[in-house]
Each structure stands twice: as C-alpha cells, then as structure tokens.
Ligand binder design. Sequence first.
Ligand code: PXL
Length: 255
Amino acid sequence: MNKIALTVAGSDPSGGAGLQVDLKTFKSLGVYGLSVPSVLTAQNSEGVHSIHELPQDFFRSQMDVLLQDIKPDALKTGMIYSMEFIKVIAEKIKEYSLNNLVIDPVTVSSTGVMLIEDGFIDELKLHLFPLAKVITPNTNEASVLTGIEISNAQHIKDAAVKLRGFGPDAVIITGGHLKGNAEDLLFDGDDFMTLENDRLEGEFHGTGCVFSSAITACLAKGYDVKESFIKAKEVVWNAMKSGISVGNGMKVLNV
Ligand code: PXL
C-alpha cells in the first residue's frame, strides 16, 4: 500500500520551496503527496515579490473536502502566514484524528521577507506545537520562537529544550554553523542527537522545506523520529550537492 503525506504550505511558483518542492520530496521517497495551499506567493529565484492570502472559508473547505475522502499517514505545515489558519489546521487535525504532524515554522524567507502576520507566532506555539510530532525550526526561527539569542552550541540546546516545552514530541533545530560545519540538533525529551556535514558553497533556497518534507515522508513510511532525521539529512545533503541554478538568484535543491 502506498503511504500518503499531506503538505499544508505556501505556493512557490519557482518550485524551490513551498508545496511544490514538498511534493517532489515526497515523490523522491516513494510517498504519494497531497497538498493544500495556505497562501500564494509571487516569487522567483531572486525572492518573494508579494503574498496573496486565500479566503479562510475556502481554506477550510479544501481541508474538509480532502480529509473526508483521504487520510494521510503524516502531514506537514510550511508557510501559513495567517494566524486564523492555524486554528483551522489545529481543528482539522483533531476532527480527522491526524497523526505524525511535522511543523516547519516558516517565519522569514531566505532573502529576508517576513512570511507571517503579527500575532502568528503566539498562535502557532499555543495551538499547533502541542499537536506536533516534530518541529523543525532553523536557528533564526528557533531564536524568534524562544527569544534566545543563538551564538553557540549551548544556546541551541537551551532553545531546543524551551521549544519542546511548548508541547511537540521532538524538536530539530537545523543549520547550526558551529566549527564551520552544518549541524542539526534533535531533542526528543530524553536525548540530544547531532548530525553534522561539511558546508557547501553558495546560497540555497528551500532547504528547510525539503528537510521537513523528507521527515514527513519518512514518518508516513513508519520510520521513527531518529531514523527520519538521519534519512532527511541525507536527502537534503544529496539534493544540495546536485543543486541547480534555475534563474538569476539562489540555487535550488535538485530533489
Ligand atoms: O523557505 C521558506 C518558504 C516556504 N514556503 C514558501 C516560501 C518560502 C520562502 O520564500 O516562499 C511558499
């Protein structure tokens, strides 16, 4: 039986991030992908030009119509933008008894554009984090979410512990750049686990999306969180190594 994963995320027409790359990542891991757009962006490889919110009723309807028919084995949230949508997602997760929620708490684009409205972060922490199996902030996002300024390995651990206090089963903070290497840290309430690899030259768009989608696909396949972490790191690394320049801006991952 094919395993199924759902992404609830923003649309990135350039395909480097957002639901487009999430679907490619699911496919690369042999998982059938569902997608509900939460917000549309006008963007290319050089950055986000503008953001278009969907009507809340229509967003709710997309979730209901889909979930009345199909139950995903895992789901992820990416860019959500509107805090009202957080409540809808939390409500639908409970209503349809969905498991294996991965939250990529997207807050700001790689080019520095804010991807959330005011009040979003409190809503996310309050309503969605307690439902999550894993949350996958990068170091910037972890800092914004906890108020901890991150400049060394201990700060990353402190942020992970604080984030887990908001209710997810596990926290993975990506993109720590200690000793010049790229380090990701998992905290599951008992243990810390660090995975490390060399840094690659160049700026990449969409690494967080590919990472969180790969975790989601692995959870859908029945891997546990640690196994999913190891596999997702490998998927991102391989897709970065074969990364491509599709436009004039940042490189994208070839997933
Ligand atoms: O990489 C974060 C991200 C996620 N989703 C969408 C985006 C971006 C960054 O620009 O546009 C739709």
